[in-house]
Design a protein around this ligand. Structure first.
Ligand code: NAP
Length: 285
């Protein structure tokens, strides 16, 4: 069976080109989209993700403001900044880079973001609206995955979709989006019994665990669509996903590579959400 590698990098580049044009049009009207990013602590991966977001904003003409807090910062300082950014009309999107240091309660912080500036879609308001089939901002990684499935014209309706991982960043919202597309969804996690029996029946298998090469060819149905969300760094510094790519790709119809699959789509969706937030706030939609 011939496999199609889903080229997230290429699709993301086209989406970003369109965003860039829209940003230029807004700027001609005197509107300057701006994303505020809050980074707490010195997590190296988080620092890398933030600098990637900063770089992409620059490429597309979106202003970005990075607010760095030390590891020792308390919740109050972060909440004060969020409230200030909420009030500031020149800020269109607010993003808290996750994970936060252990002593900070993620829920306390996230719920302070004005939902209309919540470009990551992680506030209780945005997640609640997604649950109620009336989304405002959809979390970027799941949104990017659905966009990729649509672009490759992969049928979702009536398919058996299995999602492994139940985080609010990926697994839970992705399950809801697949359900909205009329898939029959099974959401698995670390306490799932006989995982292999479930994955083998998946027409669409989405894996967001964070364990290198966890999904082997034996666990996958012939001809399935495999979406690998995991990002893992091996001992020799290579970036790999959660799926044993070389062997699984021999068996499936579509697969996302890591890197170059889901990751670039996530950033493109963040830019799209920032543009959308700007347009809502300026009364353009
Ligand atoms: P997370 O919050 O750590 O969640 C991991 C999930 O995997 C949990 O629900 C956990 O189950 C489940 N899990 C762990 N071991 C398992 C096992 N042996 N069998 C079945 N389920 C298992 O992770 P996350 O934030 O969702 O991220 C997951 C991965 O995606 C990471 O590698 C991350 O770097 C990557 N990621 C990539 C992007 C991108 O744009 N490409 C974006 C976000 C995240 P329990 O709930 O039972 O503990």
């Amino acid at each position: 069976m011939s496999v199609t590698l889903m080229n997230g990098k290429f699709i993301a580049s086209i989406i970003k080109e369109d965003i860039k044009i829209e940003v230029e049009e807004l700027k001609r009207k005197g509107i300057n989209p701006c994303l505020a990013v809050i980074l707490v602590g010195d997590n190296k991966a988080s620092e890398k993700y933030v600098s990637l977001k900063e770089k992409t904003c620059k490429e597309l003409g979106i202003k970005s403001l990075i607010f760095n807090f030390s590891n020792e910062t308390g919740e109050e300082d972060i909440v004060n900044l969020i409230e200030e950014l909420n009030r500031n009309d020149s800020i269109n999107g607010i993003l808290i880079q996750l994970p936060l240091p252990k002593h900070i309660n993620q829920h306390t912080i996230l719920q302070k973001i004005d939902p209309f500036k919540d470009v990551d879609g992680f506030t209780p308001y945005c997640l609640g609206r997604l649950l109620m089939d009336n989304p405002l901002f959809i979390p970027c990684t799941p949104k990017g995955i659905i966009r990729m499935l649509n672009i490759y014209e992969i049928e979702i309706e009536r398919k058996s979709a299995v999602v492994i991982g139940r985080s609010i960043i990926v697994g839970k919202p992705l399950s809801l989006l697949l359900l909205r597309k009329n898939a029959t969804v099974t959401l698995c996690h670390s306490k799932t019994n006989r995982l292999e029996d479930i994955t083998k029946k998946a027409d669409i298998l989405c894996v967001a665990i964070g364990k290198p090469n966890f999904i082997t060819a034996e666990m996958v149905k012939e001809g399935a669509v495999v979406i690998d969300i995991g990002v893992n760094i091996t001992d020799d510094g290579k970036v790999v996903g959660d799926v044993e790519f070389e062997k699984v790709k021999e068996k499936v119809s579509y697969i996302t590579p890591v890197p170059g699959g889901v990751g670039p789509m996530t950033i493109a969706m963040l830019m799209e959400n920032t543009l959308y937030a700007t347009k809502i706030q300026k009364g353009l939609i």
